[in-house]
Design a protein around this ligand. Structure first.
Ligand code: PMP
Length: 422
């Protein structure tokens, strides 16, 4: 089975390298950050080599070319998300920066003491801490939806919590970066609107893997990062409904976001510049646009099927290994992530052993401590797949996990024997 051809792999130069152990790299840490294809590297180096200058300011050739490329990147991003207008597409430093922007600008203005911000327990810290901070500023409450045993959340539970708590905002990840669970954005947004809640969708884990349609989703805010979608780090996107963004005060102040400044005050620029203070991530926006075009060229349905096949293969194999526990739903309910724990082995030891076999996975709490606490775990190991991973890499992963199991079971037995005889 090779759903995506060798050509895709050849587009990513880093995949040819070996790791410190001398093994060929199997990069299964894509949920932390993905790799970049030549199309992205070339678009960014082309800008630096030929036409880089600051945007929106200079009346000279290079600045005009850079500005045109930066604004073309915004249009590509608008089209990728199906936003109505480029005024609704704000470039930020990433998902974290985008959520902080909303928490400050919208939150400070519209959230009051005792208002509720509703989250799921599966959120990344980027979609928890800014709301705790808002709570410190205005005295609102942060409430969490629990997970069911199958790592999903029923609509009925969502509805009951919305009805009881009447939150000002329901903010949730469309896909969990730990469990992989896909949450039903359109259904939950509709439910939230029935109870007058605004909706923020953290699409950091979804945007790299599926086409996004913000009009269909109908959420007030949608955010994602470039680096998980084959784009550069240092750039992310905040989509917001235009009327709401218009009603929100500017967040960071400085150059670029003003229409006029006097000794006594300022008037903000129109959208989207109002929320883009300072020199923006110019080359990163160009790189992001190249990444989105690249992914669209491969086709999101192809990517989905490919990742699903790899995920299913790993999932099925892990379920056969005694002592391995999968932390997440069945593959039909998730994006290409398999988080797991091995009985009696710390997640860091798993990741370290896998690295000796050339396999990069992540170990820890994956910036989701409340989730891990609710699962009774301090850490998990996570293999996350992307369009360039292969069945061969999954086989290597499964073989290495079996080795971990055997090696640490033996060490455990030796330790136990020593304890008995001493
Ligand atoms: N939310 C989710 C679901 C994520 O996976 C991540 C990145 N791991 C973030 C938020 C934070 O993104 P960034 O670090 O790019 O700001």
């Amino acid at each position: 089975m090779a759903l995506i051809t060798r050509d895709v792999r050849n587009d990513f130069p880093v995949l040819d390298r070996k790791t410190a152990s001398g093994e060929p790299l199997a990069f299964l840490d894509n949920a932390a950050s993905a790799q970049r294809p030549n199309a992205v590297i070339d678009a960014m180096s082309d800008c630096y080599r030929r036409y880089y200058a600051n945007v929106h300011r200079g009346i000279h050739t290079l600045s005009e070319e850079s500005t045109a490329a930066y604004e073309a990147a915004r249009e590509t991003t608008r089209e990728f998300m199906n936003a109505r207008s480029t005024r609704e597409v704000i470039f930020t430093a990433g998902t974290t920066a985008a959520i902080n922007l909303v928490a400050h600008s919208w939150g400070n203005q519209f959230v009051q003491k005792d208002d509720v911000i509703l989250l799921t327990i599966a959120e990344h810290h980027a979609n928890i801490v800014p709301w705790h901070q808002l709570s410190e500023r205005v005295g609102c409450r942060v409430e969490f939806l629990p997970l069911q045993d199958d790592f999903t959340i029923d609509d009925a539970v969502v509805k009951e919590r919305l009805e009881t708590l009447r939150p000002k905002l329901f903010a949730f990840a469309s896909s969990s970066n730990v469990l992989g669970t896909n949450f039903p954005v359109q259904r939950w947004t509709k439910l939230a609107h029935e109870f007058d809640a605004k909706v923020l969708v953290d699409a950091a884990q979804a945007a790299p893997h599926q086409a996004i349609d913000v009009q269909q989703w109908d959420a007030e805010f949608v955010v994602f990062s470039g680096h998980k979608a084959c784009g550069p780090s240092g750039i992310g996107v905040l989509y917001g409904k235009e009327a709401l963004l218009d009603a929100m005060p500017a967040f960071l102040g400085g150059g670029g976001m003003i229409d006029k400044v006097t000794t006594t005050g300022f008037t903000p620029h129109h959208l989207p510049e109002k929320f883009e203070a300072g020199t923006p991530p110019i080359v990163e926006a160009i790189g992001l646009a190249a990444a989105l075009k690249y992914l669209q060229g491969v086709g999101f349905e192809n990517i989905r099927q490919h990742e699903h096949a790899l995920c299913e293969m790993a999932d099925n194999a892990f379920r056969e290994i005694e002592g391995v526990e999968i932390i997440g739903p069945t593959p039909d309910k998730k994006t290409g992530i398999v988080s797991f724990a091995i009985d009696g082995v710390h997640a860091h030891d798993i990741a370290q052993w896998l690295d000796t076999r050339g396999i990069a996975v992540r170990a820890g709490h994956h910036c989701a401590m409340p989730l891990h606490e609710s699962l009774g775990k301090t850490a998990t190991a996570r293999a996350s797949f992307y369009l360039y991973n292969t069945t061969d890499e999954v086989e290597r992963l499964v073989a290495a996990v079996k080795e971990v199991r055997e090696k640490f079971a033996r060490t455990g037995r030796r330790r136990r024997r020593r304890e008995v005889t001493s």
